[in-house]
Ligand binder design. Structure first.
Ligand SMILES: O=C(O)CCC(=O)C(=O)O
Ligand SMILES: [Fe+2]
Length: 392
C-alpha cells in the first residue's frame, strides 16, 4: 500500500504544469547530468572550445524559419576522402552494426577513435570558418562549446534490414548545435540527405564531400533513405557549456523512457517545455509518453501507477486541446481517453460531450469519422447504464 501510494505521488507530480519547486528539482538533475557530460566530453575531446566572432558569410539559411544553415566546402574534399577511408578501416574491424544511432540500418563509429577526424574536427570548431554556424538561434548565446559526441555514419541499402533503404527516422539530437559534414559526393548515392520536418519539409543533399549543414539539435530531422550507393556523413554534436535545460531535460526523458521509468520520464519531458508559449504538438508528445507508460503499468499490473499516468495523459491532452481548440486530433484524443476510462453513466455522458466538441471542430468527413464513432459508443453506454439503473 505504502509503495503504491508513493508511486501514485510520483506519477501525479507529472501532472501539468509543473510547480516551481518541481521545475527546480528537474533543473538540479539537469545540472548534474550536464557536469558529467562535460567531464566525459573533456576526456574524449579536450577542453571546451571558446567561440570566436561571427563574420563568416559562407553559412546560409536554407530552411527558415527552423534555421538550418548550409556552407559549401568547410572541409577540403581530399580530407573528406581520407576521413572516409579512416572510418572504413574502422568499420571493417567492427562486427556489430550501428551502435550509437537510432536504427540498425546503418553503420557508425565514434569520431574520437579516428585520429585524423579528431584533429580536423577540433581545429574546425575553433576556427573562424565555423563561427557562422552559430547563427542558429539556439547556439547564439554560447560562449564555449563542448564536442560531446561525434559519429561517422555510413548509409548503404545493403546495411539495412530490408536491404532496400538505409536511413534514420525523424528524431532530435541532444545537442545545442549539430554540425553535419558530407563525406560523400551527391553522385555517390541515390536518395539520402538530411530531411527537416515541418511545413515546407526540406531534404538537404550537399553537392560535394566537405559541404556542411548546421542545425539546432532540437530541430526535428531524419537521415533520408539512401536507396543506392553509399552515403557517409560526419555528425558532430556540440553542447553549450552553459546548461541548456530544454536539451538536458529531453535527454533525461529519453533515458528514463528507455529504462522503463515512465512517470519520471513524463516529468522530465514536461520540464523540457517552456513555461510560457507551450506548443500543443509538444504536449501531444508528452501525452504520448504518458500513454505508453500507462500501457506498461497496466501490463505490469500496477493499477495505481497506470491511473496516475492516465491522469497525466488526460491533463496534457486537455492542455493541448485548450491551446489548439481547432485541432480535431487533440480534442478527439481527450475524448477517447475519457471514453476508455469511463465506468459510470456520468463518465460516459462526459465522454460523449467531449466527442461532440471534437465533432464541432471537424471540417471533413474523415475528421468526423473517429469522434462520431466514439460518440455512438459513449451514447450507447450511457443508455445501457441508465436502462440498468431503471431496471434496478
Ligand atoms: O543522415 C543525416 O544527414 C542525419 C544524421 C543524423 O541526424 C544523426 O546522426 O543524428
Ligand atoms: Fe540527428
Amino acid at each position: 500500500m505504502r509503495s503504491a501510494t508513493l508511486l501514485l505521488i510520483t506519477a501525479a507530480r507529472a501532472l501539468t504544469p509543473l510547480s516551481t519547486h518541481q521545475l527546480a528539482a528537474e533543473h538540479a538533475k539537469n545540472v548534474q547530468r550536464h557536469e558529467s557530460d562535460l567531464a566525459d566530453s573533456a576526456k574524449r575531446w579536450g577542453a571546451p572550445i571558446p567561440v570566436t566572432g561571427d563574420d563568416d558569410a559562407s553559412w546560409r539559411a536554407v530552411a527558415a524559419p527552423r534555421t538550418v544553415l548550409a556552407a559549401p566546402s568547410v572541409m577540403p574534399r581530399a580530407v573528406a576522402r581520407r576521413i572516409k577511408r579512416e572510418a572504413d578501416a574502422r568499420f571493417s574491424e567492427q562486427t556489430s552494426m550501428s551502435r550509437f544511432s537510432m536504427t540498425e540500418d546503418l553503420r557508425d563509429c565514434h569520431a574520437d577513435e579516428l585520429p585524423r577526424t579528431k584533429r580536423w574536427l577540433r581545429a574546425f570548431v575553433a576556427s573562424q570558418r565555423f563561427a557562422g554556424a552559430l547563427r542558429v538561434p539556439e547556439a547564439a548565446n554560447a560562449t564555449q562549446l563542448a564536442i560531446y559526441d561525434a559519429l561517422i555514419v555510413k548509409y548503404a541499402p545493403d546495411l539495412a534490414r530490408d536491404r532496400a533503404a538505409s536511413g534514420q527516422p525523424v528524431h532530435r539530437d541532444f545537442s545545442t548545435l549539430t554540425l553535419n559534414v558530407a563525406l560523400s559526393d551527391a553522385d555517390d548515392f541515390i536518395g539520402g540527405g538530411t530531411r527537416f520536418e515541418g511545413p515546407g519539409d526540406v531534404t538537404l543533399t550537399p553537392v560535394r564531400a566537405g559541404d556542411a549543414v548546421a542545425h539546432a539539435g532540437r530541430t526535428r530531422h531524419a537521415g533520408a533513405a539512401t536507396t543506392e550507393g553509399e552515403r557517409y556523413v560526419l555528425v558532430c554534436f556540440l553542447a553549450s557549456t552553459a546548461p541548456d535545460h530544454a536539451r538536458l531535460s529531453l535527454a533525461r526523458a529519453m533515458d528514463l523512457r528507455r529504462a522503463g521509468k515512465y512517470a519520471r520520464a513524463v516529468r522530465a519531458a514536461r520540464s523540457a517545455l517552456p513555461t510560457d508559449a507551450v506548443d500543443a504538438a509538444e504536449l501531444h508528445k508528452v501525452a504520448g509518453l504518458s500513454l505508453r507508460g500507462l500501457a506498461d503499468a497496466s501490463a505490469r499490473r500496477r493499477p495505481h501507477l497506470a491511473e496516475a499516468l492516465a491522469d497525466a495523459a488526460a491533463a496534457h491532452l486537455s492542455e493541448a486541446a485548450r491551446l489548439a481548440p481547432y485541432d480535431v486530433v487533440a480534442l478527439h484524443s481527450v475524448a477517447s481517453l475519457a471514453l476508455a476510462r469511463a465506468s459510470s453513466g456520468e463518465d460516459f455522458r462526459a465522454a460523449a460531450e467531449l466527442c461532440r466538441a471534437a465533432l464541432r471542430a471537424a471540417r471533413t468527413d474523415v475528421e468526423r469519422a473517429y469522434p462520431a464513432h466514439d460518440l455512438a459508443l459513449a451514447e450507447g453506454e450511457t443508455e445501457r447504464l441508465s436502462a440498468v439503473a431503471v431496471a434496478r
